[in-house]
Design a protein around this ligand. Structure first.
Ligand code: HGY
Ligand code: MN
Ligand code: MN
Length: 417
């Protein structure tokens, strides 16, 4: 392999058609009739795409390792193996109504970078490391981005292994079920810098006609589990004024969540994404409701203020309706700035490629937001149609995916020497 030199790599481009074909080839694992992907973390479908990923990496000459939480690391040697690898990647798990690009683009564009360097016979000074992080989505097991959070030291491996899904299955059992409970200790892998390519999952780049988002950081996130205790009673004989209907308590609280987020707008957002009547019955007034709350803003103080106002609203509604509304916070991710040097490398790469671009803060959480706490990290965004994501209609163009892969390639070459 020849040494990288500016001339030999400046004109190097990813193979956009190959990347596009790879994205669509893997979409069959958990593919849905509507053209989306339902590939929950550590499901059988996730196991299938992981097997595919390992084989594709090995076919590209990479050495693939797996850690105790199932994260896959594919290593490409560099001339100086004493240097920590330049890492890039994202996640292959999806939401239940996921699309073809969320997470997938970052992993498969990383594979495209490896394939492109192989085809050109180009070596790098530092090793390269392509990563598929376990459970970025946080849909089946909470919190989101859990494996990269463990890598960053925010959780112990045992804490994560003990997390349970709605059916009571632990992360450990789910890993064993698909054979991805690896031998490496989490956090053992040296990483010198991390770059993640991802669709924006928002409307800004498309609205402004920009191809590349140079991501400066991620906003703060707080997740809560909610529980409302009213009183079950007969649907036919309980007069309306005497009811302690937990579903009506949730309904009022949901409108309070919307009011509070709007009051702190435009950046503040809050979502009740799951709600369940426990022991439901058509002719029983709901007595117990469980729900989840996802709250975000780029400002930490705003997250604090919103939480205080939500708790006040819960107490007021509960007092008036003679029920308890309990909110327990299960996760708080502070707003995180990315590394100025890596951000500059992304910006220089996009400029060198003559791509339209703008600086942007990520509204979505990403594994990069956890890595940023431990290694120099930044992200690259490309547009997605109408800014839609976490929806089976999620869509991006081949040209934008290829442009994102080219920015990833040039950024990695800048960082790896
Ligand atoms: O929730 C998030 O922001 C990420 O898409 N899992
Ligand atoms: Mn994602
Ligand atoms: Mn997602």
């Amino acid at each position: 392999m020849s040494q990288t030199s500016p001339s030999s790599t400046h004109n190097l481009r990813a193979d956009g058609a190959r990347l596009w074909a790879t994205i669509h080839e893997t979409a069959r694992f958990g593919g849905t009739p509507k053209g989306g992907i339902n590939r929950l973390t550590l499901s059988a479908e996730d196991g299938q795409v992981r097997d595919w990923f390992r084989e594709a990496c090995e076919a590209a000459g990479l050495t693939v390792g797996v850690d105790a939480l199932g994260t896959q690391y594919a290593l490409r040697p560099g001339q100086d193996m004493s240097l920590p690898p330049v890492a890039f990647g994202s996640h292959l798990d999806t939401q239940p109504t996921g699309g073809k690009f969320d997470g997938v683009l970052g992993v498969l564009a990383g594979l495209e970078v490896m394939r492109t360097l192989n085809d050109a016979g180009i070596g790098t000074r530092a090793p390269l490391l392509l990563v598929n992080w376990t459970n970025e989505e946080g849909s089946r097991f909470a919190p989101a981005m859990m494996a990269s959070a463990a890598y960053a030291g925010d959780f112990t491996t045992d804490e994560i292994l003990a997390k349970r899904d709605a059916a009571g299955t632990t992360v450990a059992e789910a890993l064993d079920a698909i054979g991805y409970r690896g031998g490496e200790a989490v956090g053992e892998r040296a990483i010198g810098a991390f770059v993640e390519l991802h669709i924006e999952q928002g409307p800004i780049l498309e609205a402004e006609g920009k191809t590349i988002g140079v991501v400066e950081g991620g906003q703060g996130i707080a997740w809560f589990d909610g529980r409302i205790e009213g009183f079950e009673s007969h649907a036919g004989t309980t007069p309306m004024p005497r009811r302690r209907d937990a579903l009506l308590g949730l309904s009022e609280f949901a409108l309070a969540v919307e009011r509070i987020a709007l009051a702190h707008g435009p950046s503040a957002v809050a979502t009740i994404g799951e709600a369940t009547i426990l022991a439901p019955s058509r002719n029983v007034v709901p007595g117990q409701v469980a729900f989840t709350l996802d709250m975000r803003d780029p400002r930490s103080a705003t997250l604090d203020a919103m939480e205080a106002e939500l708790r006040e609203a819960a107490a007021e509604i509960g007092g008036r309706r003679r029920m308890t509304l309990a909110l327990s916070r299960i996760w708080r991710k502070e707003p995180v700035p990315f590394d100025a040097g890596v951000v500059a490398a992304v910006e220089a790469a996009a400029e060198g490629l003559g791509l339209s671009r703008r600086r942007i803060v990520s509204g979505a959480g990403h594994d990069a937001c956890n890595l940023a706490g431990r290694v120099p990290t930044a992200m690259i965004f490309v547009p997605c149609k109408d800014g839609v994501s976490h929806n089976e209609s999620e869509s991006a163009t081949q040209g934008d995916c290829a442009a994102g892969a080219d920015v990833l390639l040039q950024t990695v070459l800048r960082l790896a020497g």
